[in-house]
Design a protein around this ligand. Structure first.
Ligand code: ADP
Ligand code: MG
Length: 777
């Protein structure tokens, strides 16, 4: 022990000397000067002293004040200074992989080191971490997985949970686990970092932990709402008093006050007004086809108009555009590039910022453009708090974000654009005033802003809990509902019951809520259980290639585009890929076609001709690679045999695997004279989305459809379906774990007439058992 301590001491001394030497270098001094101007730096001593005296500390401060890059560094530096460097082991979690990567790189740079020396990162399937790494940035998911192997976080001295105000599911989950770990690890320090004012909530959850608030220093931001923006163009918006059931959107009346027009004219909706506006020389051609209110489309044209105005008339400074999601970002980017509305393309640096961007693209965002070049960043809400782009002066805010929401009563999840919260709008606005006074354009009226919730609902309260429940089980945290009742804010009991029930039906949990073999494998695949099931069975049945495409396709935005004004053409284009009564197989064919076209560098053309999203195709390609890595990692396929040549493309086999994944998402097909109707047990009649290949059929020669998603609008709509036969449903629907097969057969038997025949029942049961044994082994 004495020898080990001595070595440790020597290493620590070395670390201290190295750190001092680097700080003495000219670059080191320059960096220190930059850092010492950050608001967080001024609180350095306070923060360190509060941490040393308390086990848990909550730190809050405006975005950009230096929490993420500085605080972990303060701890590391101070440990090194006090010759404890070799023993310290700091883990800082980030909600997203992109921030873990970019922040670690930044911190290593600030310390004058290469990434992987004292500072490293780890995200799923990627990482940079060396023997001497003492500060590790990782995603929250990675720390949760580490807890799986090492319940006590042995050797870890500090855990920093960043961006807790976002209230992501993983972060909320991690906090419960850590709260229970703290008494067992009295010397472990927990630091929680948050951007907004919710600090008290976290402090009280950790028995009144002290809060350190970093005073902010932002410049004033001129704020314009839609009515102010329209006013600039000669239009005025006045909110009407009548707010109808369709939400506020339709309720604004607009007063057109264009002095050059003959008569002032009342236009009934914002959409009409914008449609008839000509915004100087930018005619709003695409608005013609608008048949219903679509704030995103309006946003598009307004954004284009405003970007133009900024590029031509405003002072230098980067522009940050907050858009709803990745799909909007890519279409706007395409539009801006093809129409060159922004003038000389050499004078514009158009970048995007979203969760799945490549790290080379990431770096460009932080770089300052050359003189006379305008940087424009189209971003999702990722740029709201976790990524700070310093030179932003103008912010455009479309007011929406894609949010997963979940309706526990209907047990129906949806990922829909929703209005952001007031807190988010405030954050977005603040991004404009980082370096100098800025301007923020909110592309919605003030009256809509006033209806926003103060804060976004925590993810744990608005999304299905299936994956979370699996994680609770794999960490052996006891009863799911007991565990969740100890959360910062506990989800509804009904939501928990639904999730557990679902996991039992799909065979991931047994009757006593214990993980089955399948369940254990599913916990190793960080994706929705239904997608994990497909990958597992795809690997077992040697048809992984098409299944990879299907699973990747279900994880990205629908690659089949349906522009409003070319709906028929688009649907006809998709129909070319049909033939198997399956949207999933249509995707497999479309992807294969694209892949072939890519060989001749004609992938883009292929997408254009077939109404496919090039971006989605590329994303599918990347995800396929990621997923094959995952199934190889957990030992389901051998890394030497992952050649596509031997993989089966048997259509009926693929149907079976898809059914295995999507069950219990099943509806029956009932034919009538001219066409057919669809029914599910819980909703009665349901409808297909018009872009489903099955929606174009008049007859489906199968008794069942399995679907991946149903969404309730006014009726219940099914998205993406595959037709399956009785035998496939009997053999692959439901759990394949032992014991449950009988129940499942009975249940299906209840509404399969032919199944009443005892000999047929026996036959199916015995095949099913053999299949079970095969899969379990
Ligand atoms: P917070 O976590 O409080 O929002 P950060 O620590 O992320 O703040 O950022 C503090 C400051 O560090 C930013 O305002 C910016 O000036 C600078 N910064 C952060 N990341 C980078 C980067 N990758 N490149 C250049 N500067 C950066
Ligand atoms: Mg931060």
């Amino acid at each position: 022990k004495a020898v080990v301590e001595k070595i440790c001491w020597q290493i620590s001394l070395q670390m201290r000397d190295q750190q001092q030497a680097r700080q003495e270098l000219p670059e080191g001094r320059k960096m220190l000067e930059f850092r010492s101007n950050l608001p967080a730096y001024k609180e350095r001593e306070t923060i360190l002293s509060v941490i040393s005296k308390n086990q848990v500390v909550v730190i809050s401060g405006e975005t950009g004040c230096g929490k993420t890059t500085q605080i972990p560094q303060f701890i590391l530096e101070s440990e090194i200074e006090s010759v404890r460097g070799a023993a310290c082991n700091i883990i800082c979690t980030q909600p997203r992989r992109i921030s873990a990567m970019s922040v670690s790189e930044r911190v290593a740079f600030e310390r004058g080191e290469k990434l992987g020396e004292s500072v490293g990162y780890k995200v799923r399937l990627e990482g940079m971490k060396g023997r001497d790494t003492h500060l590790l940035f990782c995603t929250t998911g990675i720390l949760l997985r580490r807890l799986l192997a090492d319940r006590n976080l042995k050797g870890v001295t500090h855990v920093i949970v960043d961006e807790i105000h976002e209230r992501g599911m993983n972060e909320d989950f991690l906090l419960i686990v850590l709260k229970e770990l703290l008494p067992h690890r009295p010397e472990l320090k927990l630091i929680l970092m948050s951007a907004t004012l919710d600090a008290e909530l976290f402090s009280s959850y950790f028995n009144g932990a002290p809060i350190v608030t970093i005073p902010g220093s932002t410049h004033p931001v001129r704020t314009l709402f839609l009515e102010n923006i329209l006013e600039m163009t000669g239009y005025q918006l006045t909110p009407s008093n009548q707010i109808d059931d369709y939400g506020q959107e339709r309720a604004w009346k607009m007063n057109k006050q264009a002095p050059r027009k003959r008569k002032s004219q009342i236009v009934s909706t914002v959409e009409d007004a914008i449609r008839s506006a000509d915004f100087k020389e930018y005619s709003l051609q695409t608005q013609e086809s608008l048949s219903c209110w679509n704030p995103d489309c309006i946003g598009f044209n307004l954004i284009e108009y405003l970007l133009c105005d900024i590029c031509n008339n405003k002072r230098p400074g980067a522009v940050l555009v907050f858009m709803t999601g990745w799909d909007d970002i890519s279409s706007l980017k395409e539009k801006l590039q093809t129409h060159t509305v922004l003038g000389d393309p050499k004078r514009v640096l158009l970048l995007t910022c979203h969760g799945s961007m490549a790290s080379s693209e990431q770096k460009l965002i932080f770089e300052e453009p050359e003189d006379g070049v305008r940087k424009i960043v189209l971003a999702t809400n990722i740029a709201e708090t976790s990524i700070t782009i310093d030179d932003v002066v103008f912010v455009l805010d479309c007011g929406k974000a894609k949010e997963t929401s979940y309706d526990a009563l209907n047990n129906t999840p949806c990922l829909l654009p929703t209005w952001i919260s007031k807190a988010s709008a405030h954050q977005r606005r603040g991004r404009a005033g980082r370096v100098q006074p800025g301007e923020c354009y909110h592309l919605y009226p003030r009256c809509v802003y006033q209806t926003f919730a103060e804060y976004q609902l925590p993810e744990i309260l608005r999304t299905p809990l299936q994956s979370l429940c699996l994680q609770i089980k794999s960490l052996r945290l006891g009863s799911i509902s007991d565990f969740l009742s100890r959360a910062l804010q506990s989800p509804e009991i009904l939501a928990v019951q639904n999730a557990v029930e679902y996991l039992k039906i799909i065979g991931a949990l047994d009757e006593n809520e214990n993980l089955t073999v399948l369940g254990r494998y599913l916990t190793m695949l960080p994706m929705e259980p239904k997608l994990g099931k497909m990958l597992i069975l795809g690997a077992i049945f040697n048809c992984l290639d098409p299944i990879l495409t299907i699973v990747a396709g279900l994880s990205v935005r629908d690659p089949f585009l349906t522009p409003l004004d070319k709906k028929d053409l688009a649907e006809a284009a998709k129909a070319q890929f049909s033939g198997a009564y399956s949207d999933h197989l249509a995707l497999v064919r479309a992807y294969k076609g694209w892949k072939d076209a890519e060989i001749d560098l004609r992938g883009y053309e292929y997408c254009w001709k077939n109404f496919l999203s090039f971006q989605s195709m590329k994303a599918i390609d990347a995800l396929r690679r990621e997923f094959i890595g995952l199934v190889t990692d957990i030992g389901l396929v051998d890394s030497n045999t992952t050649t596509c040549d031997t993989w089966s493309y048997d259509v009926n086999l693929i149907r079976a695997v898809v059914c295995y994944g999507l069950y219990p998402g099943t509806c029956s097909v009932v034919h009538n004279e001219k066409s057919f109707a669809l029914k599910t047990m819980e909703d009665g009649q349901v409808l297909l989305y018009s872009n489903s290949v099955n929606a174009r059929e008049t007859k489906i020669p199968y008794p069942w459809l399995v679907f991946n998603e149903k969404i309730k609008v006014n009726s219940v709509f099914l998205r993406d379906s595959t037709a399956v036969s009785d035998s496939v449903l009997l053999l692959f629907g439901g759990s394949l774990s032992k014991g449950d097969a009988d129940n499942h057969l009975k249940m299906l038997g209840g509404y399969l007439e032919f199944f009443m025949e005892p000999t047929v029942a026996d036959m199916y049961q015995s095949i099913r058992r053999e299949l079970d044994d095969f899969i379990q082994s």
